[in-house]
Design a protein around this ligand. Structure first.
Ligand code: MRU
Length: 346
């Protein structure tokens, strides 16, 4: 990739400010966990795996700033750091998954030495970062086996390098298929209201030399009916154990339209996106974003003052509409619940 979404450098976190894309490619430095938490909330960094990595780095930043006389005091101070990060965005499970993994490091640490514990936490955050790069590649390779040369692929939101530490989830499949020499083109939904498709996916694919056509979200069903699209491939923010998938708002209608028109619908996500404790998608917490995202466009008011607004940022696609889930360990097809567990080795 010719940009870096997230990086740990000299005990600081560097983020590509995704709110400014595609007009400006600006990198911002964070040296304390509170400002990093604000950045996650404001979507400077976004996408399920990327906010997991960012939260892990946030815990490491928090630890670097803590002074404690003993292990108990350290744990007490770190609870506040973790709580602040956990409260940033509720839907993507990668975030609590990463924070829990960081917590285990400091809870299970014996023979208290503050500098050593801080170093362990930095190492763990870097391990989560490196693992994500590897998982992206693996998912991409498995997913590329589904792609035929000449396919046109529709994607929603941004599930690419901008959403991970590596080369993405759904878009990793596209990058790997292109590397294998397959000729593919991508249709990117613009993804109202935050425009991750228009601002981020179109930018990222163009930058990496993949043919991309941007469409309004509402054009997707007609393109599917008219036979312009051979596969729909999206990412996920949280997958329930029955295979229901929470992803960016607008994914569910896309899956309905794909089913109606007989187009395969694939989800690409690492196992860290599966929440085994949630039995079905209706129990997944759905983030509500500020109403200004709906009532303003380019700082212009586009709806009357006082109108009631709902702005759910994610929806849930029922497992029956999903052809398969591509993971780092292979592809789970129907019945998803059983095959996901088999792949995971549960
Ligand atoms: O609100 P966002 O931009 O964080 O939402 C991102 C998505 O919905 C992605 O599709 C999902 O996180 C998968 S990213 C690999």
């Amino acid at each position: 990739m010719n940009f870096k979404t997230i990086e740990w450098k000299n005990d600081k976190v560097i983020l590509l400010d995704q709110r400014r894309l595609p007009s400006e490619e600006i990198y911002v430095e964070y040296s304390d966990y509170k400002s990093l938490a604000d950045a996650i909330k404001a979507m400077v960094v976004r996408g399920a795996p990327a906010i997991g990595v960012a939260a892990a780095m946030g815990v490491a930043l928090g630890a670097l700033g803590v002074d404690a006389k003993n292990h108990e005091e350290f744990i007490q101070k770190m609870e506040k750091v973790c709580d602040t990060l956990l409260k940033t965005r509720p839907t993507a499970v990668n975030l609590p998954w990463a924070v829990e993994r960081m917590k285990k490091v400091y809870l299970n640490f014996s023979d208290f030495s503050l500098p050593q514990l801080k170093q362990r936490l930095v190492n763990e955050a870097l391990a989560i970062f490196e693992e994500d790069i590897d998982l992206c590649r693996k998912m991409g390779k498995h997913g590329a086996s589904l792609i035929q040369s000449g396919d046109a692929i529709l994607t929603h939101c941004n599930a690419g390098a901008l959403a991970t530490a590596g080369q993405g989830t759904a878009l990793s499949v596209i990058y790997e298929a292109a590397r294998e020499g397959k000729k593919i083109k991508v249709f990117a939904d613009e993804t109202r209201p935050f425009l991750q498709g228009a601002r981020l996916t179109a930018w990222e694919l163009q930058k990496n030399g993949i043919e991309v056509t941007l469409i309004p979200d509402v054009a997707a069903a007609s393109l599917l009916r008219e036979g312009h699209i051979q596969k729909v491939i999206v990412g996920a923010d949280r997958i329930a154990s029955n295979g229901d998938v929470a992803n960016k708002i607008g994914t569910y209608p896309l899956a309905l339209a794909a089913k109606t028109h007989g187009v395969p619908f694939y989800v690409v996500a690492p196992f860290s996106t599966i929440d085994w404790s949630i039995l079905d998608g209706m129990k997944i917490p759905i983030e509500e974003r500020p109403e200004s995202e709906v009532t303003f466009f380019l700082n212009q008011r586009t709806a009357p003052v006082g109108v009631q607004v709902r702005n759910p940022a994610f929806d849930v696609t029922p497992y029956e509409l999903i052809t398969g889930i591509v993971t780092e360990r292979g592809i789970a097809v129907q019945p998803l619940e059983r095959n996901l567990k088999n792949l995971y080795g549960k």
